[in-house]
Design a binder for this molecule. Structure first.
Ligand code: PRP
Ligand code: URA
Length: 210
């Protein structure tokens, strides 16, 4: 796999993802597991954040301590399903700002259609984490990142749960500068551009709409 793509296959993540894939898992558990996996993935995604020194007094003595350096973060879910990954990341990085990009896949063409975009005013200064559980054809993630680049964003990462090889290829060709974090790369897309074996329609399973 390309160096730009990080497959975060920790045993806890694989275990939780298998429960999510099971069609018998209901929305409540599906949402909870997605939040837990997002937190675990966020731990890896944030591994290389820069630290800086600062001075504190412990109850015992003075010390030079570490904290995350000034780089500001934004989490940008692709609506709707990307919303399911926000709380897990916010539990790790509570000061992050949250923007929203609304895209849906046209049922016939499978191409993404934009319907909403609201971002923090200083988005171009932030490290942006785009979230979407599914990287299928890659169209939605490619368009979301293009929208962010048009608004001046230079440091962007993409966090997905399940990807198809076709989506990984299309995304990395379109945005070779954006690191991708994914829990699993599955076998293929089917004739409806759903990931196989996948987990079905992520938005419907999160929100119980089907
Ligand atoms: C799903 C999913 C991704 C997109 C992935 O969204 O959440 O955004 O499809 O497919 P792609 O890689 O082929 O673009 P959907 O359009 O079903 O919208 P929803 O999240 O509102 O259900
Ligand atoms: N969107 C989903 O929610 N699931 C897929 O498998 C593909 C696109």
């Amino acid at each position: 796999m390309d160096q730009q793509v990080h497959v975060i296959d920790h045993p806890l993540i694989q275990h939780k993802l298998s429960i999510m894939r099971n069609e018998e898992t209901g929305s409540k558990d599906f949402r909870q597991l997605l939040t837990e996996i997002s937190m675990l993935m966020g731990y890896e995604l944030s591994r290389d954040l820069e630290l800086e020194d600062y001075e504190i007094e412990t109850p015992i003595c003075h010390m030079t301590a570490k904290r995350i350096a000034g780089r500001k973060l934004a989490i940008v879910p692709i609506l709707r399903a990307g919303m399911g990954m926000v709380d897990g990341l916010l539990s790790l990085i509570p000061v992050a700002k949250v923007g929203h990009i609304g895209l849906y896949r046209d049922e016939e063409t499978h191409k993404p259609v934009e319907y909403f975009c609201k971002l923090p005013f200083d988005i171009e200064e932030r490290l942006v984490i785009v979230t979407d559980p599914m990287l299928a054809t890659g169209g939605s993630s490619i368009d979301a990142v293009t929208m962010l680049k048009k608004r001046g964003c230079k440091r962007i990462r993409l966090m997905c749960l399940v990807a198809a090889p076709e989506g990984v290829k299309a995304f990395t060709e379109a945005h070779p500068d954006v690191e991708v974090y994914v829990a699993a790369v599955d076998e293929k897309l089917n004739e409806n551009c759903y990931i196989v074996p996948g987990l079905g329609d992520a938005g419907d399973r999160i929100f119980g709409t089907k």
